[in-house]
Design a protein. Structure first.
Length: 377
């Protein structure tokens, strides 16, 4: 462990929201009320010197993960650290000698760090103490899943590793085949339902594997066009014996998992998709052209549609609002029920893929190591 020579600042800010025609290039979203607050609730600068320089294109795809009152993430290609939100200082540092390639996955008192050199490292969240590490075939760029004591990690060469969470031992490996193209950063991670693991491939297929053995149960190709990129993106939604899947080429479909499926329940074609999230029977879709859709998961029927004027990078579902991260640094909040724009903000920097929710605030981070906080409605 080593102390990190950083100065930190925590600034409280209040601002207002003004919506202009230039903000919505393709379709004017339903405008927010005249008083758009609550809006920014705080600003955390983890690297003030970096933020002052503001290098163009500074990107941090991994972002930050919440462990109780600590944010865990990488500061550069060598150090991973934990920032204590109460004490407003870093509580530990780990010299990983590699950067995170996806958000750290927090499970209780432990976190799994996916590193660019292909290692997974398990640490204690409060101390940073390393418990084990294991090396995979390539690095992990998607979310990981823990089922019981089995950790599931999908690498960029399309290999699904099952790792013992207690020891770091590899239990089994499933090879989905070398990807035809580079895997997209927004590709979906594995999800578990009962004794099944569902994964998607860069060829646009969805697969079911046995959780204990890693053997293939079935594979379904829903067809579609001849687009170059057909990766399964966002998250695979789990419903009542159904899964809901979105592909980069715009295909959205549902699969009945009760029996070995030979076809889809329904499918719809939308503009190129970059993100997807599911909750309570509604599938939310974010698109390359700025469209955001809400679809009935049972039928694929459109509930509402809003255009935000820039590529959707992330979708986070709250109780009353959908929080959207844009490719050019815009943060937006939409009504869950209608898609109406509640507020938006433009931050100075490229957003990471996944915001974090702390108490009643949601924080969007940039590659400049600045976190913008907003009140969760």
């Amino acid at each position: 462990m080593k102390a990190w020579p950083l100065t930190l600042s925590l600034l409280g800010l209040t601002t207002s929201c003004v919506s202009t025609p230039e903000d919505t290039a393709q379709q004017q979203p339903k405008s927010c009320e005249e008083d758009c607050r609550p809006f920014r609730t705080g600003l955390i600068k983890l690297a003030p010197d970096l933020d002052a320089i503001k290098p163009l294109g500074n990107i941090d795809e991994s972002g930050w993960a919440l462990a109780t009152q600590q944010l865990i993430g990488s500061m550069d290609d060598k150090w991973v650290g934990a920032y204590d939100l109460k004490k407003k200082t870093f509580s530990w540092w780990l010299e990983a000698n590699s950067e995170l390639t996806a958000p750290a996955e927090v499970f209780g008192s432990w976190a799994i760090l996916p590193l660019r050199d292909g290692r997974l490292v398990k640490v204690e969240t409060q101390t940073g103490k390393k418990l084990w590490e294991t090396r995979l075939s390539r690095f992990v760029a998607t979310r990981m899943t823990l089922s019981g004591t089995t950790l599931l990690a999908f690498t960029t060469d399309q290999k699904l590793f099952a790792v013992d969470f207690q020891t770091g031992q590899n239990l089994w490996l499933f090879d989905a085949g070398s990807p035809a193209n580079l895997l997209l950063r927004s590709a979906a991670g594995p999800v578990v339902a009962g004794n099944e693991v569902f994964v998607g491939t860069s060829e646009g297929q969805v697969m079911s594997l046995n959780l204990q053995s890693g053997k293939e149960n079935w594979k379904l190709d829903p067809g579609g066009g001849d687009a170059r990129f057909r990766d399964i993106v966002g998250e695979i939604g789990l419903g009542n014996r159904q899964i809901y899947v979105a592909r980069y080429d715009g295909l959205v479909f549902a699969v009945d998992t009760l029996q070995r499926p030979s076809d889809v329940l329904w499918k719809e074609t939308l503009p190129s998709i970059t993100s997807a999230a599911y909750r309570d029977g509604i599938l939310y879709i974010g698109c390359l052209n700025g469209d955001v859709f809400a679809l009935q998961a049972g039928s694929g029927r459109q509930v509402w549609k809003t255009n935000l004027g820039q590529t959707v990078k992330s979708l986070t579902i709250g109780e009353r609002a959908l929080f959207v991260g844009g490719s050019q640094g815009r943060v937006s909040s939409l009504s869950i029920g209608s898609g109406a724009l509640l507020w938006h903000d433009d931050v100075q920097g490229l957003l990471t893929r996944s915001p974090v929710v702390v108490d009643e605030q949601i924080y969007f981070a940039t590659g400049l190591k600045v976190l913008y906080g907003y009140r969760v409605l």
